[in-house]
Design a protein around this ligand. Sequence first.
Ligand SMILES: Cc1ncc(COP(=O)(O)O)c(C=O)c1O
Length: 436
Amino acid sequence: MELNTATLEQHWLPFSNNRDFKREPRLFVRASGMYYWSQHGDQILDGSSGLFTTPAGHCRPEIAKAVGEQLQTLDFTPSFMRGHPGGFQLANAVAGLTPEGLNHVFFCNSGSEAIDTAMKIAFAYHLARKEAQRTYLVSRERAYHGVNMGGTALSGMVKNREAFGAIMPGVLHLRHTLLPENRMTRGMGASGVELADDLLRFVQLVGEKRIAAVFVEPIAGSTGVIVPPKGYLERIREICDRYGILLVFDEVICGFGRTGEAFAASTFGVTPDIITMAKALTNGAQPMGAVAVRDDIYRTIIEEAPNGVTEFFHGYTYSAHPAACAAGLATLKIYETEQLFAKGRALTPYFQDAMFGLQDMGVVHDVRGFGLLAGIEVKPGKAPGMRGADLQAKLFDRGLHVKFTGDVAIMAPAFIAGKVEIDQMTAILRDAFAEF
Ligand SMILES: Cc1ncc(COP(=O)(O)O)c(C=O)c1O
């Protein structure tokens, strides 16, 4: 399909260099399994599962069929004081995958909405417990928690914040854990557990009962794959427990098998109070996010409200949209019947060997990885991020789609990948890196 570039003007692309894109558009027109096809008919291997959305591979007929049937049976249900079977079925299915005790699921439409929902749940919970003075939130430098105003305030990525000013007071940022001592470490680094003690300092700074919740990506993904140091998540959990602070794991990238288990909470053996998720919940086929909460948090908010009133003043027109629920149910069924999390685990050593094998390339500054997620950081060019942008275009033209943040290539193959696709990814990366 040839494009008339004059028609590209009206669409304002998110998180993009619109001028460069529109000068030289790289569009996908079709996808199947591990591949995309460009508007010129070129086949492009998907090295990042879309945007970490698509671990079961593209255009799964089971999901398309379920969504199509749903739209012909019940296309929309008002989400307030109404429901449909799919919402309850999907909540049950998600609860079957979350750690023990996190069995109540609130649906929304994206990771960003999941984060803002989790923030409100945390505040509503403390209010119900008569601790409304807990008005502070804690996140981390280099964190990415989406782009809604709440998530932007939590964010620790400079560019995502600087244009929007101090939009929400009362957010404190722990130091990030990307340490030079852990450079080229496979899995969890040995250094950095003590950085969790920043949380203690915040407790001392603002008062013992002033912090509502701490938001942590178990592996910080969008900032360029920062795997937590050994013992770090446990230490954060301990401090939260000591001071009655809720721990929220943002598993928008880690959730649904990326780290080997259904959730990184299980992989790392640390159970948070709330988990946010999105992306792979529907294999990317429908927009959907969700928040799983500890049962007593749900009960406290519900039971402390007077009878006959709405307990939690929050929700979206499209919460638990029937088509998204159908996609989610079909997706979770594929994960189960094809044992995709186990398949991902089995592929992990081969994938990590391949990614860490790239450290002999002169342009590579660091490699970090865990599960089917790896960050390959290249040495910066004239300005930070310029080489990354250049590489992303070069890789696309060689037939590989990769999500970049700045100068970090974020590799996240679908769980249906085999050694052949990992080899193909590695060969294309090697070829492009060799140009620098
Ligand atoms: C950890 C994390 N939280 C939240 C989000 C926001 O998700 P969405 O883009 O669906 O709003 C993302 C997106 O990449 C993410 O990685």
